[in-house]
Design a binder for this molecule. Structure first.
Ligand SMILES: Cc1cc2nc3c(=O)[nH]c(=O)nc-3n(C[C@H](O)[C@H](O)[C@H](O)COP(=O)(O)OP(=O)(O)OC[C@H]3O[C@@H](n4cnc5c(N)ncnc54)[C@H](O)[C@@H]3O)c2cc1C
Ligand SMILES: *[C@@H]1O[C@H](CO)[C@@H](O)[C@H](O)[C@H]1NC(C)=O
Ligand SMILES: *[C@@H]1O[C@H](CO)[C@@H](O)[C@H](O)[C@H]1NC(C)=O
Ligand SMILES: *[C@@H]1O[C@H](CO)[C@@H](O)[C@H](O)[C@H]1NC(C)=O
Ligand SMILES: *[C@@H]1O[C@H](CO)[C@@H](O)[C@H](O)[C@H]1NC(C)=O
Ligand SMILES: *[C@@H]1O[C@H](CO)[C@@H](O)[C@H](O)[C@H]1NC(C)=O
Length: 635
């Protein structure tokens, strides 16, 4: 498969390469057994697995974005950053309304828009949820068959964990023969991550180095760990869903994957049974092509898998949602489901940049598009699939759960949230924290040097947002999106504590050379928290003392600086109807027939980890649910 691939010119590294097609290459027939709306992470797993298990089943995948097949910008891991470019043809950017909770800003949320969805553009951080996250789904939200007992074996089956060694005590929770390979990447461990793993346990006295941050139990909490990646160690390639589940089945003519095909709405008969979908050829993928809506019939099932941003919009355009929302845009209501789009979840993320010793190797030359680094890296990748191109620059982290003493540091704004949500579940961390080897941002105007960033995201933010359509039929109309970020004060208190924690470790790391002031809190010049250090302090140095004014400065900074961690989630939750649910435990949309949802929209409660793993669990479980209903044997 790779013999045909050659490294692209640097220009395509920087701006991504557009689709070369002017007209669709794939013919869509009038009727299929199953239609999937959206061809992202979960959809690729469902369609590929169904096709493998039942080759005669006629399956259509309608994906709004372009194909990713054999394209180096998706296959070579280090190119992930290029997809975030403003010229991106593989992501779309959902823009929130401005909110005082984030200093009057609009938050921009990139989401995958290509076959493979997020799995084909994401940062490849391998993180898994805690067992209680899925057990909450099952027990607290009444979803039999969705607890950790069911989902963990599916996640084991999906992966080949190349990190495993016979000595690894947690090998039992990892797989060794699944399609998705997991490794530390081909670039070893960058010095900044090594320093984080060395210094962290000395600063955080009861937080040792651990063998695994991802065994689903509390043994993975409060341990510094080396970060695995969704990267195959042998091939040096991204472990996306389509190259490992979907394209592998495409010799089967009954599996049709149509790129640039944007679903407008689901079609129903008079008994509210889904009979198919309407779609348009996407004007960005096929400019100047026939824009009129097409209809296609599904004889057995329609599955919405358009992601947490896309799925609620399709539902609303189809007449399924809150009465007030549908009325405001002039869509006739078929089913009253106020839960549609009403609970946008994401992991609010704070990245705080510090100068690093300029001789410290980081990922910055990759982020900046430095020609020498790219040329040497691509040459090495071509030669033996190792090196910086086979990595992502995130090599170490910790999932932090506060002790009783630390809860006092976080303060009273967090107490109620702790007691109601975290207290009794010892596998739930408050936050994920890392020292990133580089500054993953547009570095225009900044010194060309090595950077080191404190990265902190909250595992379970209390704040929720919403997403709704702004137009009845126009799929290009920007949605009415409210991120909800930091509307709960508990989240600000938790992030304030996280900022301080990360700073204490980072200021002791040998590569530390001081903070980048405009991207940190505006501490007063005479404050003990002022950003005056330019060299590492001793490990035994006292911790910085913050005054009430300093805390206020941190809070203002957090509101002005936080962004997304790209983990849009939970906008069509699997909950009882009376609790605002949209689907039942068989993934059926309430009030209609033959319509399911199978993507991260269904999460009834956030999981603490980066969400690709959960998309894999949902896609795998959805495959089994659908196969069972259709009488298809699975192994
Ligand atoms: C920039 C970025 C970085 C990330 N980093 C990480 C990471 O490091 N680790 C991790 O675990 N997770 C990461 N994630 C999250 C992870 O990739 C997603 O949670 C996951 O892909 C969600 O899977 P899904 O199947 O629910 O939806 P998606 O994978 O988002 O797929 C949905 C698909 O539906 C399509 N679609 C939407 N509307 C329509 C429509 N109307 N018609 C047809 N198609 C439609 C979209 O184009 C998209 O391809 C990242 C995500 C992004 C965007
Ligand atoms: C690795 O590459 C080989 C040869 O191209 C391919 O057959 C195999 O599926 C790839 N494996 C993974 C995990 O990507
Ligand atoms: C791959 O090539 C690089 C240099 O080209 C070399 O340093 C490295 O040791 C090689 N790795 C393997 C696993 O062969
Ligand atoms: C936590 O456990 C204690 C003791 O078992 C119990 O009293 C309390 O109600 C529990 N709290 C929650 C939120 O479940
Ligand atoms: C971890 O979980 C186990 C089993 O649920 C429990 O007995 C133990 O007390 C927990 N440990 C910590 C440190 O919370
Ligand atoms: C810092 O200076 C301000 C006035 O400039 C003063 O009000 C404040 O008390 C000083 N703080 C400390 C910690 O000295």
């Amino acid at each position: 498969m790779f013999s045909r691939l050659r490294s692209l010119l640097l220009v395509s590294v920087l701006i991504g390469s557009g689709s070369a097609f002017l007209a669709p290459q794939v013919t869509v027939s009038p009727e299929y057994d199953i239609i999937l709306a959206g061809g992202g992470a979960a959809a690729s797993i469902i369609a590929g697995s169904l096709s493998a298990a039942a080759p005669s089943l006629k399956i259509l995948v309608l994906e709004g974005g372009p194909t990713t097949r054999d394209k180096l910008e998706h296959i070579q891991p280090a190119r992930y950053f290029s997809h975030l470019s403003p010229y991106s043809t593989t992501e779309q950017f959902v823009v929130s309304s401005p909110s005082d909770a984030v200093a009057g800003r609009s938050i921009v949320i990139p989401v995958g828009k290509c076959i493979g969805g997020g799995s084909s553009v994401n940062f490849m951080l391998y993180n898994r949820a805690s067992a209680s996250d899925y057990d909450d789904w099952e027990v607290e939200y009444s979803n039999p068959g969705w607890g950790s007992k069911v989902l963990i074996p599916l996640l084991i089956k999906a992966e080949t964990y190349e990190v495993n060694t016979p000595a690894n005590p947690s090998a039992a929770t990892h797989g060794n023969s699944g399609p998705l390979h997991v490794s530390y990447g081909g670039n070893g461990i960058l010095p900044i991550a090594q320093q984080f793993l060395n210094i962290g346990p000395q600063v955080e006295k009861n937080r040792p180095l651990g063998p695994d941050g991802n065994d689903f139990t509390n043994k993975s909490i409060n341990v510094f760990y080396r970060m695995p990646k969704w990267i195959g160690g042998v091939n040096g390639t991204r472990s996306d869903a389509p190259h490992h589940y979907l394209y592998t089945q495409q010799g089967n003519p009954n599996l049709v994957v149509s790129e640039g095909s944007r679903v407008t709405r689901v079609l129903f008969d008079s008994t509210l049974t889904a009979t198919g979908v309407e779609f348009v050829y996407d004007k960005h993928v096929f400019p100047d092509y026939d824009p009129t809506p097409k209809q296609v019939t599904a004889s057995k099932l329609v599955v919405l898998a358009a992601g947490a941003m896309g799925t609620p919009q399709i539902l609303e355009r189809s007449g399924i949602g809150a009465a007030s929302i549908l009325k405001s845009v002039g869509v006739k209501q078929l089913v009253n489901l106020p839960g549609v789009g009403a609970t946008y979840n994401d992991h609010v993320f704070l990245v705080s940049p510090y100068f690093a010793d300029p001789t410290t190797p980081t990922f910055d030359n990759i982020f900046r598009g430095d020609p020498t680094t790219w040329t040497q890296g691509l040459t090495q990748w071509d030669a033996n699939r190792t090196g910086i191109i086979a990595s992502n620059g995130v090599d170490a982290a910790i999932k932090v759960r506060p002790t009783t003493a630390e809860l006092a540091e976080i303060g009273p704004d967090f107490t109620a949230r702790w007691n109601s949500f975290y207290a009794n579940k010892t596998d739930k961390p408050l936050l994920w924290m890392s020292a990133l080897a580089g500054l993953p941002a547009d570095q225009t105007g900044l010194p060309v040097t090595s950077w080191l960033s404190g990265g902190v995201f909250l595992g379970y933010p209390e704040s929720l947002g919403s997403i709704h359509i702004s137009a009845a039929t126009d799929v290009y109309a920007p949605p009415n999106f409210n991120s909800g970020f930091l509307t709960a004060q508990s989240d600000v208190a938790a992030l304030r504590w996280g900022y301080k924690k990360a700073r204490e470790i980072i200021r002791r790391m040998p590569s530390f050379r001081g903070a980048l002031p405009p991207a940190h809190p505006p501490f007063a010049a005479n404050s003990t928290a002022a950003l005056t250090e330019t060299e590492p302090v001793a490990i035994t140095a006292p911790n910085i003392v913050y005054s009430a004014a300093d805390d206020a400065a941190i809070d203002a900074y957090i509101r002005a600086a936080v962004g997304t961690s790209w983990h849009s989630f939970g906008t069509a939750p699997m909950k009882p109807l009376a609790q605002g649910g949209v689907v039942d435990p068989s993934l059926n949309v309430y009030g209609v027939k033959k319509l399911k949802i199978a993507d991260v929209s269904i999460g009834p409660e956030m999981v603490n980890a980066n969400t690709y793993s959960t998309a894999i669990a949902i896609g795998s479980n959805a495959f089994h649910i659908i196969a069972a209903e259709l009488g298809i044997k699975t192994t």
